[in-house]
Ligand binder design. Structure first.
Ligand SMILES: [Zn+2]
Length: 574
């Protein structure tokens, strides 16, 4: 009941505001044509909600088309024509942003009763009240211009602003039409845009991304317009985000596992991305489940955030020199993040996918690895070192990170992404490949169409492994610690031609974990998997004197690393 009264008050206030803004505007009016000087129209401030009420209350219907011309100095000149089908007294709300500079507005076949402007934090609305005679169609002709760069700088263009560090480079531009297009409220049956590019850009290609980005989804549908001066048709409401990417792109198209892949590469690119993308899709399709969608478009954008990528369900956006690992990460989000949802856990799973793909890829393509000047195990060791150095100063366990997030992007990248990935790698080590991958496949099934949390993830792995994994999840996800191993009480005894090595491993942080222990002699290299429950006794029978003991030689676990000597034997805690 209280709520009803409140609504009544809000409606009354809204009407008062609505009436008060319709002050008389001086225009050059005759029965057929009115010219409107936007700078003369009175303005007042309003709340976003008021704006929505006005937009939703407008009954005007019609269609529109826009002719836009981009010039080589990155300015955009446009003319928009709206034909109003509704007759009688009609209010046409025109929503726009300050990027738009009006030159001239002309109204034909209707009498302009009033014009006013409301400004909110994010939008501006021009309200035109018209009297359209019976049997006539009012026509609103709007001439305006905008500077492309402004859309990147304007905080209101948050989406384009957060993804593209710049909107123009000498061979690519991004424009976000909703910021260069005054739109008629929520009712745009069809907006036809004809876009004219400078002569020098004649061979460029354009892609329109029609995106929905909200709390639930981040997805974009790509639509290519190839020809110079081709018409774009945007048929949606303003709450969908459009980005138009125009640039000197070459296109590569291929099919892999029934997925149609289209790649837009910088015109001068010479790379083997076709082979890499095929490899990624085949690898994940066989390990996880077939690629969940029919089409994938990958745009290598020169204006995109450095060293980054993003997966928007049907479109992956990445930097032009993307590494195979970065591509694997982004494409893996089609499974973890798009097909199945895990809130922030999906970054750990995508990073795990990246890591496991990179290990397989570089093992096959050793040449590719040469440019990094390190071996695979050195790369893994380096990765672990970075995680350890950040983790020492970070006290939040992953379980909390998945709920609260991490503000600092560098810390987020190391903890939520890379440490999370390594913990899933440790779970792979505990469960073995078969059970672990069955768990990931089951996760995709379980979490398709709903958002899974860490408990759901644990439940799935417990179900497929038929094991209680509480101990693993507790120590790895619910504490920020990592194991800190020490080797002690070491002795070597010789009997006949055999050497008997015994020692203790103590974990100062008291984890329960299986651990690979490698012992080297001049004649052999032996590896044992030992369960450490805070501590363990280990023994080896050897054919020669031991020279080296390595804990975690294959880098399955993130743990404190150190090297020292005990009784002439080199100890490497890896
Ligand atoms: Zn990611």
């Amino acid at each position: 009941m209280a709520r009803k009264v409140l609504e009544g008050v809000i409606i009354a206030v809204f009407f008062l505001i609505f009436l008060s803004i319709f002050v008389k505007v001086e225009t050059h009016t005759n029965a057929e044509e009115a010219h409107l000087e936007v700078s003369n129209i009175p303005m007042s401030f309003a709340a976003e909600r008021e704006l929505d009420n006005i937009i939703n209350g407008s009954l005007a219907e019609g269609y529109s088309h826009v002719e836009m011309a981009i010039s080589e100095n990155y300015t955009l000149k446009a003319e928009k024509v709206i034909e109003v089908k509704t007759q009688g007294t009609v209010i046409v709300p025109l929503v726009y942003t300050p990027n738009i500079h009006f030159d001239n507005i002309t109204i034909k076949n209707a009498k302009l009763l009033n014009a006013s402007i409301l400004i909110t934090e994010y939008r501006i609305i021009l309200l035109l009240k018209l009297e359209v005679p019976e049997g006539r169609r009012a026509r609103i002709d709007i001439k305006y211009w905008a500077v492309i760069d402004d859309s990147c700088k304007d905080k209101r263009t948050w989406w384009i602003n957060s993804l593209f560090v710049k909107c123009k480079s000498k061979d690519e531009v991004e424009i976000s039409p909703i910021f260069f297009l005054p739109v008629e409220g929520n009712r745009i049956p069809i907006t036809k845009i004809s876009l004219k590019l400078p002569k020098a850009w004649e061979s460029w290609r354009g892609i329109v991304l029609k995106c929905v980005c909200d709390d639930v989804r981040d997805e974009c549908l790509p639509l290519e317009f190839r020809k110079y001066n081709e018409e774009l048709r945007l048929e949606d409401n303003i709450f969908n985000t459009f980005i138009v990417i125009i640039g000197d792109f070459k296109v590569e198209q291929f099919t892999v596992n029934d997925v149609n892949v289209t790649m837009y590469l910088p015109g001068n690119a010479t790379s083997n991305y076709t082979g890499i993308v095929k490899d990624i899709i085949e690898t994940f399709s066989s390990t996880y489940m077939p690629y969940p969608y029919k089409n994938l478009t990958i745009i290598f954008s020169r204006n995109f955030l450095p060293h980054s990528g993003g997966n928007f369900k049907y479109v992956v956006l990445v930097v032009p020199n993307a590494s195979p690992s970065l591509l694997a990460h982004e494409i893996s989000h089609s499974w973890f993040g798009c097909y199945a949802e895990f809130k922030r856990i999906h970054e750990s799973l995508a990073e795990y996918s990246e890591l496991s793909f990179a290990l397989q890829f570089y093992e096959r393509q050793l040449k590719e690895l040469e440019r990094y000047n390190m071996t695979l195990s050195e790369a893994l060791d380096h990765e672990e070192g970075v995680i350890i150095s950040y983790n020492r100063n970070y006290t939040k366990p992953l379980a909390r990170v998945y709920i609260e997030g991490i503000l600092d992007p560098r810390v987020r990248n190391v903890i939520q992404y890379r440490k999370g990935a390594f913990v899933f790698r440790s779970l792979q080590f505990v469960l073995g490949n078969e059970t672990f991958f069955e768990g990931l496949r089951e996760l995709l099934k379980e979490c398709h169409g709903r958002e899974c949390n860490l408990t759901d993830v644990q439940d799935v792995f417990e179900k497929v492994s038929e094991q209680d994994l509480d101990w693993f999840f507790k120590e790895w996800f619910y504490t920020p610690k990592v194991p800190d191993y020490e080797v002690g009480n070491l002795s070597v005894t010789q009997r006949d031609d055999k050497y008997f090595l015994t020692f203790e491993i103590v974990d100062k942080n008291n984890f329960t974990m299986p651990l690979e222990v490698e012992v080297t002699t001049s004649k052999e290299k032996l590896v044992k998997k030992v369960w450490i429950k805070g501590e363990a006794k280990v023994s080896f029978e050897l054919n020669d004197k031991p020279t080296k003991i390595i804990l975690d030689p294959n880098e399955w676990i993130v743990n404190e690393n150190k090297k020292y000597n005990v009784e002439g034997i080199e100890i490497e805690i890896n």
